[in-house]
Design a protein around this ligand. Structure first.
Ligand code: TTP
Ligand code: MG
Length: 427
């Protein structure tokens, strides 16, 4: 689309629903999986730490251990002063066993396997997942939920991670990546915080300025010199002063404090699907208006696929009817193609099922992507014969996907709705 705006689409916050997921005291939570007796106990996981030794640094501490002042990156010697080992306390009359904890060495291979299990749930629950670290990811859940049901959506994600992986995650949902990260951190552990569009600034107002994404302790101290103590102070500060002092980064943290963050969640690596959706200002039953919108979305998605040299085998639509019922319908073709006219035809055909519905939002997606060059040559069999009503039928064994399967094909790349938008790297 070259950044062109579709009618009825906008780039404001309300367009994107971002979830940020961060596991609680992750390495410690993993240790508790295989040693359930550590549940509820102060537990320190040390890097370069060997049982009985005192060197190394703290990778993480359970929340019980954090109460003793033990935290990530602290030297083990210091951690041991604050929280002695149980085993030492038993033999030392000067130490209190009740005020002691457990220490375990890092076992990355095990934590990676737990992380893998958790990540597969994230990919199952969201179109677009940007994995940031072993225990942290951003999800674009715009296609999975509406604001009204975002809390339940996040709750069910948390429950699923806890039930099937056995660790707890904190989840934040917000209109931007930076606000979603603040939200997931806000009520840790086992947190669930939703910040709706328009609420970011009021939510941020009294938070200490170092909670703003991109503000570390050093920047926070420098901001303190400018009497900027809270995120609200930063949002109300003079951007010129911030730019003078911190350069472009000063403007960036200013924008984040104001809830402005145009980054879209993008997966690392190749997308598994491409989609684009658009809401009507008001729910409509005007067939031609809905069909026009679907046509625009179809051509936009097909353009995008072509620009990425992606062939697609499945074409889907999403229809949201009032109040917030989300339906998806998909059709799979016998092989991968790049044929914009077919995306439009299939999307419109799928849309006919909703001819009697009022519609508040529509979306078009291509998935089952392949990037292999040269496959087009074998596609002559997929020409659409307008006289053949079966031409669009799914091949045997492939049926229309159920509503809940929208997004089940892993990484998705949503269309970039604004011109000249750039995606910043993680901090
Ligand atoms: P974090 O998510 O920062 O920390 P955490 O999951 O332990 O605790 P929280 O509940 O606050 O999210 O980091 C994830 C893992 O990365 C952590 O379990 C251990 C590792 N890690 C280090 O090894 N060194 C560090 O300095 C930090 C911060 C984390
Ligand atoms: Mg964590």
């Amino acid at each position: 689309m070259d950044g062109a705006r579709l009618p009825g689409t906008s780039t404001d916050d309300a367009d994107q629903i971002v979830a940020h997921v961060d596991m609680d005291c992750f390495y410690a939570a993993c240790e508790r999986l295989r040693e359930p007796a550590l549940e509820g106990e102060p537990l320190v996981v040390g890097m370069g730490f060997q049982p009985g030794k005192r060197h190394g640094a703290v990778a993480t501490a359970s929340y019980e251990a954090r109460k003793y002042g033990v935290d990530s990156a602290m030297a083990i010697t210091e951690a041991l002063e604050r929280l002695p080992r149980k085993i030492d306390a038993v033999d030392d009359p000067d130490l209190d066993v009740a005020e002691a904890g457990y220490y375990r060495p890092v076992d990355m291979a095990f934590y990676e396997s737990v992380s893998e299990d958790a990540r597969s749930i994230l990919h199952d629950r969201a179109d677009v997942v940007r994995e940031v670290s072993i225990d942290e990811a951003y999800l674009d859940v715009t296609g999975e939920t509406e604001w009204e049901s975002a809390r339940q959506w996040a709750r069910s994600l948390k429950d699923r991670i806890e039930d099937s992986v056995g660790v707890t995650a904190s989840v934040g949902v917000a209109p931007t990546m930076s606000a979603a990260k603040v939200a997931s951190d806000h009520d840790k552990p086992d947190g669930l915080v939703v910040i709706e569009p328009g609420e970011v600034r009021s939510f941020f107002a009294d938070l200490p300025v170092e909670k703003v994404h991109g503000v570390g302790p050093v920047t926070a101290a420098e901001l303190g010199d400018l009497s900027i103590e809270t995120a609200g102070d930063l949002a109300a500060a003079d951007p010129d002063v911030l730019e003078d002092r911190f350069g472009e980064r000063g403007l960036e943290i200013y924008r984040y404090a104001r809830g402005e963050d145009s980054r879209e969640v993008t997966p690392r690596g190749r997308p598994k699907s491409l989609s684009r959706e658009s809401a009507f200002t008001e729910a409509t039953s005007e067939r031609s208006e809905i069909a026009d919108r679907v046509r625009s979305l179809a051509s936009s998605v097909a353009d995008r696929a072509r620009s990425k040299d992606a062939l697609y085998q499945t074409i889907s639509i999403k229809v949201v009817t009032p109040p917030f019922d989300v339906y998806t319908r998909a059709r799979s073709l016998p092989g991968p193609i790049d044929r914009p006219a077919l995306v439009e035809d299939v999307a419109l055909e799928l849309l006919t099922e909703f001819d009697d519905e009022r519609v508040r939002k529509v979306g078009v997606r291509v998935s089952n992507l392949s990037f292999t060059e040269g496959e087009q040559a074998s596609l002559s069999g997929f020409e659409l014969d307008p006289n053949d009503s079966n031409a669009l039928e799914p091949p045997e064994g492939q049926s229309t996907l159920a509503a809940t399967e929208w997004g089940d094909d892993g990484d998705d790349e949503r269309a970039d709705l604004s011109a000249g938008q750039t995606t910043l790297d993680e901090f």
